[in-house]
Design a protein around this ligand. Structure first.
Ligand code: UGA
Length: 461
């Protein structure tokens, strides 16, 4: 909404949330205290906040005053009941729809921005219709007027860490709606006109609502599949002496394959890939498409395999035991330029090593120790006290590495490339191991210093 407000100064945007603390943080006087770290965001918020972007907990008023409502609540994987661990939990979507139905007094365009299973628009529609307001009236001024709701799907394709850039200059915008009817087409055009203020019209794709909902899930599934494909190749590289970066370069040069998203790693993380794949798997399964479910499950299995392989490599290189050995982690976030840690590979690798009774000291420029402990707690492998005893965070990378047996790079933060690696080597136990889960350091240079270097898909130590 900040980027919308920046591009449409004459439109008023109000962000409402039940979480008062969060709204307070977005309203915080100190612009450095915004709850999300995202390059370029605070500058935009500073420009538009109080001008045409407002943050509030008054949800009813927000609904009443809006012509268009974006639903962008969380749709996490269900942790209970039918579909537990796989299906998307739509309870927040449902609550939103119910509240809109209850409070609205005039026509609204409802835009689904949350990532949701295909045909969720139908759920929202059923809830809105079930209030009876569509039939009779909620409109005080003219009691016989029917309230009309148009539902659009407008999935978000921005990636964290580059969110502002992605929104400002997207490859495409997707708007799904009921283009069989005039009202549906009109609603699509109203939303499209907002985007067209800064995005060329030819980049705006208009589809039916189900295609739009499915395209969002499919896009993430394809992206995740590319990472798992190159990671599967990286395992073959390590056994054969091929170099995964050379392979990625060679295959990516084929225009049909393309060069992006072919970076081998310790495994993909983030709130989206895992969740959306589970969503597709569960949906395929419930549609009776077991083979399709199995196909996409393979992408997740390779991701788990890649994380485990990385952790196992550490243990086997360190003479098959990491018991009470200090292992330094550089990075905890699931990718650089974000403080988001959801599904980060780092927590799974840490979990594995804690099980082997290692002592882990983490340095991440943006993630707090409390967040790391929280992540491990959510994995639920052991009592939280044991996690706190086994893992701590420090604010200085050199302190993290000092006296350690091994360093594991879990996030590709640029600053890691600039460290004084000779100084780090000198301060470590010998032999000094470096496990680069992101292939960001110069392996040859570090080997020359004396490190025993492991990089993904680049041959074993
Ligand atoms: C992803 C999609 O890229 C966005 O288009 C989408 O809008 C978003 O999910 C969403 O559904 O909200 P995001 O999860 O923020 O965005 O980040 P990505 O850049 O896709 O990275 C995901 C994970 O894959 C990260 O852990 C990253 O390090 C890893 N990755 C990515 C690789 O290991 N190798 C690569 O070549 C690329």
């Amino acid at each position: 909404m900040s980027v919308f407000a920046h591009n449409c100064p004459d439109i008023k945007f109000t962000v409402v949330d039940v979480n008062a603390k969060r709204i307070e943080a977005w309203n915080s006087r100190n612009i450095n205290e915004l709850p999300i770290y995202e390059p370029g965001l605070k500058e935009i918020v500073a420009e538009v906040r109080g001008r045409n972007l407002f943050f509030s907990t008054d949800i009813d008023r927000g609904i009443r005053e809006a012509d268009m409502i974006f639903i962008s609540v969380n749709t996490p994987t269900k942790t209970y009941g039918k579909g537990k661990g796989m299906a998307a939990d739509l309870k927040y979507i449902e609550l939103c729809a119910r509240q809109i139905a209850e409070v609205a007094t005039d026509d609204k365009i409802i835009v689904e921005k949350s990532t949701i299973p295909v045909r969720t628009a139908q759920t929202i529609k059923s809830i809105l219709e079930s209030t009876g307001k569509l039939e009779s009236s909620g409109n005080v001024e003219s009691p016989d007027k029917k309230i009309k709701f148009q539902i659009l799907s407008n999935p978000e394709f921005l990636a964290e860490g580059t969110a502002v850039r992605d929104l400002q200059n997207p490859d495409r915008v997707l708007i799904g709606g009921d283009h069989q009817t005039e009202e549906g087409r009109e609603a699509i055009d109203i939303l499209s006109a907002i985007y067209e203020r800064w995005i060329p019209a030819e980049r705006i794709i208009k589809t039916n609502i189900w295609s739009s909902e499915l395209s969002k899930l499919a896009a993430n599934a394809f992206l995740a599949q590319r990472v798992s494909s190159i990671n599967a190749i990286s395992a073959i590289c390590e056994k054969t002496g091929a170099d995964v970066e050379e392979v990625a370069h060679a295959i990516g040069a084929d225009g049909r394959i393309g060069a992006k998203f072919l970076k081998a790693s310790v495994g993909f993380g983030g709130s989206c890939f895992n969740k959306d794949l589970l969503n597709i798997i569960y949906m395929s399964y419930t549609l009776g498409l077991q083979e399709v479910a199995n196909y996409w499950e393979g992408v997740l299995l390779i991701n788990r395999y890649q994380r485990t392989r990385f952790a196992e490599n550490i243990v086997s290189a360190l003479f098959n035991t990491v018991a009470d050995k200090k292992i330094a982690f550089l990075g905890w976030a699931y990718k650089k330029n974000t403080n988001d840690t959801r599904e980060t590979a780092a927590m799974y690798v840490a979990d594995y090593l804690i099980e082997e009774t290692a002592k882990i000291v983490v340095y991440d420029p943006k993630v707090t120790q409390a967040q790391m402990h929280n992540d491990l707690e959510l994995l639920g492998s052991r009592p939280s006290q044991e996690n706190s005893n086994s893992l701590c965070a420090v604010n200085d990378p050199y302190e993290a590495c000092h006296d350690s047996h091994a360093i594991a790079i879990l996030t590709e933060w640029d600053e890691f490339k600039e460290y004084d690696w000779q100084k780090i080597y000198d301060s470590m136990k010998k032999p000094a191991y470096l496990f680069d889960g992101r292939n960001i350091v110069d392996g040859k240079k570090l080997s020359a210093i004396g490190f025993k270097v492991y990089q993904v898909g680049k041959g074993n130590i």
